[in-house]
Design a protein around this ligand. Structure first.
Ligand SMILES: [Fe+2]
Ligand SMILES: [Fe+2]
Length: 151
């Protein structure tokens, strides 16, 4: 699987989990806890492989200021999720409407941010097919390692 296919698959799963969470009711406390734990593990591993491997590969491949700006914005959005969107959920009780509001923010983030990253046709121009394949393999191996540490 190449790097882009891997990221797309991760994005799809993250969107699905965030949608299920956002649609859950205040009564579904156990479901909320279980889904959030799963989503957090996936999101942490995903963001880490992007910052350790995918973004640096883009920066290596281009000096174009627009490309570099997109990477900088991506990293900034990761920080916003780490500093606010996820901590807000931990500070709030699952059976409350405040928690429901935070889940809506999480879903909005996961429907917005990956879309920005999926400037993939451009990445395919920057990074060759063989390199994308090798990058994907590295990312998958690192992701498995991270998921093992998180779980
Ligand atoms: Fe990301
Ligand atoms: Fe992503």
């Amino acid at each position: 699987m190449d790097a882009i296919a891997l990221l797309r698959e991760d994005h799809k799963l993250l969107r699905k989990l965030s949608k299920e969470l956002a649609e859950s009711t205040e009564r579904a406390v156990e479901t909320r806890k279980k889904l959030l734990k799963r989503l957090e593990a996936e999101l942490t591993a995903h963001t880490t492989i992007e910052e350790e491997l995918f973004y640096p590969a883009i920066l290596d491949a281009t000096d174009d200021v627009e490309d570099r700006r997109m990477v900088a914005e991506g990293i900034e959005e990761h920080r916003a999720a780490d500093a606010k969107v996820i901590p807000d959920l931990h500070k709030t009780d699952p059976p409350t409407i405040e928690y429901t509001g935070h889940l809506k923010m999480l879903k909005d983030y996961l429907f917005h941010h990956p879309k920005e990253e999926e400037m993939f046709p451009k990445v395919r121009e920057l990074i060759g097919r063989k390199e994308l394949q090798e990058l994907g393999e590295k990312m998958l191996a690192r992701k498995k390692e991270l998921m093992g540490e998180i779980a």
